[in-house]
Write a protein that binds this ligand. Structure first.
Ligand code: FAD
Length: 459
């Protein structure tokens, strides 16, 4: 391929989820040509919403957005406010509000204080996620709640996970207290722990778009439909002399000036042709997840919108009754409980028939909703092989390096799985725009280089 000519070629965007569409929307506004390739038959990726003919709406696990993101994308007037959101933890048959209910338990407080009196060294604390949680929460709360949840969620022992797992997800106690108070006073579900790129504040609350979270992507795609190629998986990213020059899709090569990729980082390493610099990314792992959406008679069957289940005798680690927060997601008098189950591709849970999964959940949840069998009206199951990046200590160096630079000119990983981060959609939105400014700078610099070398040639 002709590298010089490629500087004016379009930018290829891989993936039509929130990140890829934000990139496309941004480039479109800057009048930069682009082609967005989406492997599947429709846009939205993990931000897709599903509707039953019976009147239920559900996402890939419960999805909330906030009014700040909705306003930025231009769907603020099509969203409903979420008035309440709460999380609890079920332990030893008792439900504790998260986090303050747990902090009222004298056992947990005593154990946390003991850690404060005898703190570990910084080095010991950051050795692995287990140490990090014990140092931050005290041994008891870490051993009974945080570590079992982390292990069920990630599928790896906490001693093998990086401490970054914990430190990335934490808000300070005063900040949490302030946001929870604001929620009570304003009677709106003020976001807490959802956004990190721009600080959360009492004026940022959860909202839910009419018709589902997928509306966000539909809005981003408005007016750029002709640049989106569906059912077009990118098979190769072609690199020459350390820079991206083209992509191959459906066995055709397209010259490009840059590539913006939302493909999972381990897949990206296999897509790149012409260098093996990304080989280490191939070892990164994602946690597959199965979401069993139980349709039940009645409402408010759980103690809170989200109930965490750290005790190992449950197959699931998290239950979410979305209609507690968003009553419109189920028909009147009925509800939806989403059961999140971590698994591995091809294992017993992943391969289990949908009805059998429903039955398994109903059996186990009798402990929480005693008459659940009478209430049960079937289930809908969703599966994804890439729900969460797993931060194993063994490839922490690779993960940190990826966050700094990919090492190939003109290649920009974006989005949750592209960046191998736990980012939610608002962070994805702002981070992607930031990256797109870099893409434009890179493209401009390549064009100037091309003009300079053509001018020298003419003289
Ligand atoms: C259980 C769960 C709950 C969540 N809850 C929330 C929440 O409450 N609030 C929130 O803001 N966020 C939430 N998120 C996160 C949110 O879903 C992601 O941040 C968001 O979907 C990331 O968008 P993305 O574009 O990076 O990736 P994705 O949505 O995964 O989209 C990537 C797209 O790229 C396509 N693709 C991949 N490879 C190729 C290829 N080679 N060629 C072409 N196309 C390709 C895929 O088909 C897909 O459509 C949750 C995520 C999970 C798993």
């Amino acid at each position: 391929m002709n590298i010089a000519k490629n500087s004016i070629a379009p930018v290829a965007i891989i993936g039509g989820g929130p990140a890829g569409l934000t990139a496309a929307w941004y480039l479109h506004r800057q009048k930069i040509p682009f082609i967005l390739y989406e492997a599947g038959p429709k846009i939205a990726g993990l931000a897709s919403s599903f509707h039953d003919t019976d009147g239920y709406t559900y996402d890939f696990g419960a999805h909330f957005i906030n009014n700040r993101l909705a306003a930025a994308v231009g769907i603020g007037s099509q969203c409903r406010d979420v008035l309440y959101y709460g999380e609890s933890v079920l332990i030893h048959g008792k439900t504790y509000g998260y986090p303050f209910g747990l902090m009222k338990s004298p056992r947990y407080v005593a154990s946390a204080l003991a850690r404060r009196i005898l703190p570990p060294s910084r080095q010991e604390m950051h050795q692995n996620a287990a140490n990090w949680f014990r140092s931050s929460y005290g041994d008891l709360l870490a051993n009974e709640v945080a570590i079992p949840l982390l292990e069920a969620w990630s599928g790896a022992p906490a001693t093998e996970l990086a401490s970054a797992v914990g430190s990335k997800m934490q808000n300070t106690i005063p900040q949490t207290l302030k946001l929870r108070m604001a929620s009570r006073l304003s009677r709106r579900a003020v976001g807490c722990g959802y956004s990190h790129e721009i600080p959360e504040n009492p004026h940022v609350w959860h909202v839910y778009p009419e018709g589902g979270v997928g509306l966000l992507c539909q809005k981003l795609a408005e007016g750029i439909e002709q640049h989106i190629k569906l059912e077009s998986p990118v098979q190769r990213i072609i690199v020459q002399d350390g820079r991206v020059v083209g992509v191959r899709c459906q066995d055709e090569e397209q010259p490009v000036s840059a590539v913006v990729s939302t493909a999972p980082a381990n897949i990206l390493s296999r897509l790149v042709e012409g260098t093996d610099i990304l080989k280490p990314l191939g070892q990164l792992r994602y946690r597959p997840m199965v979401f069993v959406n139980l349709r039940l008679e009645g409402r408010n069957l759980l103690k809170d919108t989200v109930v965490w289940l750290p005790e190992g005798h449950f197959t699931s680690f998290r239950l979410t009754e979305t209609p507690i927060s968003m009553p419109w997601l189920a028909p009147e008098g009925k509800t939806l409980v989403t059961v999140d189950i971590g698994c591995e591709k091809g294992d017993r849970i992943w391969s289990m028939d949908d009805d059998a999964l429903g039955e398994l959940c109903i059996e186990e949840l009798q402990e929480i909703i005693p008459d659940i069998k009478k209430r049960y009206r079937g289930c809908r199951v969703l599966r994804t092989p890439i729900a969460y990046p797993v931060y194993l200590n063994e490839y922490e160096e690779v993960r940190v390096k990826l966050a700094q630079s990919i090492g190939i000119d003109g290649l920009y990983p974006i989005g949750r799985n592209g960046e191998f981060s736990h980012a939610l959609m608002e962070d994805v939105y702002w981070r992607t725009q930031h990256k797109m400014r870099q893409v434009i700078d890179y493209r401009n610099a390549s064009q100037s280089r091309h003009h300079r070398s053509s001018a020298q040639f003419m003289h």
